[in-house]
Design a binder for this molecule. Sequence first.
Ligand code: OXD
Ligand code: MN
Length: 594
Amino acid sequence: MSSKLEALNRWVAEVAALTEPDRVHWCDGSESENDALIERMVAAGDLIELNSKTHPNCYLHRSHPSDVARVEHLTFVCTSEPDDAGPNNNWMDPAQAHAKIDALFAGCMRGRTLYVIPYCMGPIDSPLARCGVELTDSAYVVANMRLMTRMGAAALARIEREGTFVRGLHSTGELDPHKRYIMHFPEELSIKSIGSGYGGNALLGKKCHALRIASWQARSEGWLAEHMLILGVQNPKGEIFYVAAAFPSACGKTNLAMLIPPESYRDAGWKIWTIGDDICWMTPGADGRLWAINPEAGYFGVAPGTSAKTNANALAMLNHDAIFTNVAVTADDAPWWEGLSDAKPARDWQGRDYSAASGPAAHPNSRFTVSARQCPSWSPRAEDAQGVPISAIIFGGRREHLVPLVFEARDWTHGVLVGASMGSETTAAATGAVGVLRRDSMAMKPFCGYNFADYFAHWLGIERPGAKLPKIFHVNWFRKGDDGKFLWPGFGDNMRVLEWIVGRCCGSEDAVETPIGLLPHVEDLNLTGLSVPASRLDALLHIDTEGWIAEYESIGEYLASFGARLPARLREEHRRVSSLLAADNPEPVTAGSP
Ligand code: OXD
Ligand code: MN
């Protein structure tokens, strides 16, 4: 055994002594290993084979009904100093956290197999990639990690070469919400998760490693680990501009990443390439630009609402070799979810005969897991070791009111303020109330592994002499009119906004200055083939100064909640925009006025 792997072997032995599995299996990531695991899970009822004619090699997993989403209230960042985790995280003292969770791990794998999953986040030969090892007692996790990461022999070889890796220990435990914790120890580069088999709680390479732990590493090493999709916009000249975009969970990142342009655009030669749909690691390159990789190798996407109309690329990649979690099935065992088609569900996500009275057939946070390469718009540049250069960063939220379709930040500092101020109405991706407005800075509220105040400072610090940073934009596809209907059609038509954004990056598009940033005039948007009445377009781009003054007051309160650690530069930028808004207000509201 090489000395580089001794630490790994020692850790596996320690975990086995604590958890007492019947056997230990080192995953090599091979097809035969996967086939055997799938066969065992089907025999045990953990996976259900779907229609092998319409959906070859597709399986359905039904999770425990109390285990259907990320659990932010049970997710902890355990740093020596509570302030290093910050008000944006739940904190626990590391020694106390280890003791609490190790007590739950004791003997929890009796009768089970402990799987050792070496994985690499990012192209296997990329200097920007990082490795980890997940120890888990869930074969479902192994099958998902095989799709979501570069898992197995090649990752183990890289770990052996480098000697460093993030340690993730996971057990489904008793699937008891009262014995469920997702704990992060960024100072030790380790993760411990027990009591859930679901998504981000259990596939530790994803949110736990690639965002919470990686964001901590990124700060100390001078890069950014972000909750962003990455796409390439190819124009009729054949030039490709890469764009990274942050949206909170279940706000359409997968749809945007795989966008199919409207017919008039396709005819003119526009095309979208997909690099990633959820996570982006960006590093300043020698040329001053930010270079990005997608650390993931697959998609763990929200199923409901995915259809031939909203995301034909996603649908095309889901008819073979995919795992579905908590979707419904039709009478002929095809996967089904709300919004997919007019077909009727026969059984709901819990396996019950479907009845409209028991709520949605598919769970609102039901998911698909699939290899990224199956996406028709998959870009081969996703395997580029050096990554792709980012021309624009987009922040976006789900806002029914106030926030216009698109605006551009004046400069990097303003862009960081725009990202830090992001607000969005909550979705089913996490447990808790849906539709409530919350601040979700850079869409990282659930995922930043350290104090947001330090994170904002890190973002500001990315602007160094010689840096050629991307322009920063904000979009909102979700604004509604007085009639309660969405003003913008969204989906493929978001291409029109992307064209303006890319045009701004190369100086070919016009904009109008407002206190909150630069907006297109309606005529700056390419609206060929779009039948949205002019009044709705005006409403989409309208700036309600009084509404924005109130918004900036609420942003100010939010920023103040980070106390003295908040960078002064961000506070000043907030003051600057607030005074622009006050100066722009035609009828200043005086105290006591109605
Ligand atoms: C996800 C999420 O699964 O953000 O990507 O919840
Ligand atoms: Mn996500």
